[in-house]
Design a protein around this ligand. Structure first.
Ligand code: PLP
Length: 454
């Protein structure tokens, strides 16, 4: 029975990959040309989709267009950065304004105050600084926690991704065979080139498991600077915190003189106007934002308590960067916060979220699939497994093959979901509408019918 299902899914994937390649000859030609001047033929290693990279020509509203002229409902959202959709008039106007009056001075401009005031209002943290990517924001958070506490160790969650700096490139996506025991996970470097000495400073806990954090704090008394965590995990599908987890985590860390940093690079504006911080009512010591914050322009923000940010202000930790708070990013971010990510926009997103969740859940039931939908505001995914996923070890049981088959069906049916199967989520933008979600559901039904109950 299982073997039959495997054969069927393999045949379905082969068929869909053939359609995929046939639809995109220009992408194939661009990929071939790129391979001599771009390492791996792409501009970031995670742009390599299977069976071949998709080259885009432009985006407008909630849609993108590939080099071959195929149109897609864009739920990839540039890995969660396109909450504004594409070419949003307010963002385009803000970018034009900055382009016409200078995009870089390395001196602050008034928009930085407006943005910080609005972030303080939404996130409830009083002071802010800016950077240019999620990686920079989480790197600053880790440095700052270490500098403030004068301690070297940090805790991160197995299966959590916080960017590509050394300290957080540990146990991001370890294979089961290398991950070690669930209760004493190994510290697995996530890439070549990470010195073992740095990896050893990052201790690994399980999400939703306070005892795993308590164990680490007790095993290393007075040595843990803090913990960085996605308050809703979004690099392992979507894993919500169990009720009370985030508040208890903060208390536990504080009892041991350690700090709590929320990595809201992905959750940020996408789950709601003030991120998980506002939704949960748990205020961390530090919060990191990036991705959707700039409406598609590269920007990141780090918010913190008075205590921590005044330590920065007094020179206790030098938080620096040539392009930090540059006028282009600040202009776009101001527009994003004041004109795009509005209360009205969130009401629309909530309607589309529930349309997507209900439509797909009902197809899952009708076709008898072993799957379920998890959402968080504008984000959502289909988890190909029945049980609720609470941590990375449970996430490992989610079916990758069907996740990839689903991605192919959506793609060939004109919906661009983020690649990398079970890891990523869709992102609904403020410019999508009901007909876009209809297409997502229709493609899901086609997929469900093709793969059958399994
Ligand atoms: C939760 C989280 N933190 C940090 C990052 C790093 O952001 P960037 O790719 O902008 O460096 C990512 C990127 O996917 C992320 O998902």
């Amino acid at each position: 029975m299982l073997a039959q299902a495997d054969t069927r899914i393999a045949a379905v994937i082969a068929e869909q990959e053939e359609i995929f390649v046939k639809r995109q000859p220009k992408s194939a030609a661009l990929a071939a040309r790129a391979s001599s001047v771009l390492a791996g033929g792409v501009t970031s290693s995670w742009q390599i989709t299977q069976p071949q990279p998709v080259w885009l020509s432009h985006g407008r509203g909630g849609h993108v267009y590939d080099a071959d002229g195929n149109e897609y409902v864009d739920l990839h959202g540039g890995y969660g950065a396109a909450l504004a959709g594409h070419a949003h008039p307010a963002i385009a106007a803000a970018v034009r304004a900055a382009a016409g009056s200078g995009t870089h001075f390395a001196q602050p401009t008034e928009n930085a105050i407006v943005v910080a005031e609005e972030l303080a209002r939404r996130w409830g943290l009083p002071r802010w600084r800016f950077a240019n990517s999620g990686t920079e924001a989480t790197m600053d958070a880790v440095h700052l926690m270490r500098a403030y506490t004068n301690r070297d160790l940090i805790i991160k969650v197995e299966g959590g991704y916080h960017g590509h700096h050394d300290s957080v490139q540990v146990s991001v996506m370890p294979a089961e065979a290398e991950a070690g025991p669930r209760t004493a996970p190994n510290q697995v470097p996530s890439s070549a080139g990470i010195p073992a000495a740095i990896t050893s400073l990052t201790l690994i806990a399980q999400f939703n498991d306070l005892s795993s954090v308590a164990g680490l704090l007790e095993a290393h008394p007075g040595r843990v600077a803090g913990m960085i965590v996605e308050p809703v995990m979004m690099n392992a599908g979507i894993i919500h915190p169990v009720p009370g987890y985030l508040a208890a985590l903060k208390d536990l860390l504080h009892e041991h003189g350690a700090l709590l940093a929320f990595d809201e690079v992905k959750t940020g504006l996408t789950v709601g106007p003030g991120g998980v911080t506002r939704q949960s009512g748990v205020s961390p010591d530090l919060v990191c934002l990036a991705k959707s914050l700039g409406g598609g322009v590269a920007v990141a923000a780090i918010g913190g308590t008075e205590e921590l940010m005044d330590f920065v202000g007094a020179g206790g930790y030098e938080m620096v960067g040539t392009f930090n708070g540059n006028p282009l990013a600040m202009s776009a971010t101001r527009a994003m916060l004041t004109e795009v990510a509005t209360d009205e926009a969130y009401l629309k997103i909530e309607r589309l979220r529930s349309q997507a969740a209900e439509g797909i859940e009902s197809a899952i039931e009708e076709f008898g699939l072993n799957a379920h939908v998890v959402t968080a505001g504008a984000k959502g995914c289909v988890v190909f497994g029945t049980g609720a996923v609470r941590d990375y070890r449970e996430f490992l049981t989610v079916d990758d093959t069907r996740s990839h088959a689903h991605w192919l069906f959506q793609h060939n049916g004109g919906v661009f979901l983020p690649p990398w199967g079970k890891i990523e989520q869709w992102l609904i933008s403020v410019q999508h509408d009901e007909s876009d979600i209809d297409r997502l559901i229709t493609n899901f039904r086609t997929f469900a019918e093709a793969v059958g109950a399994q």
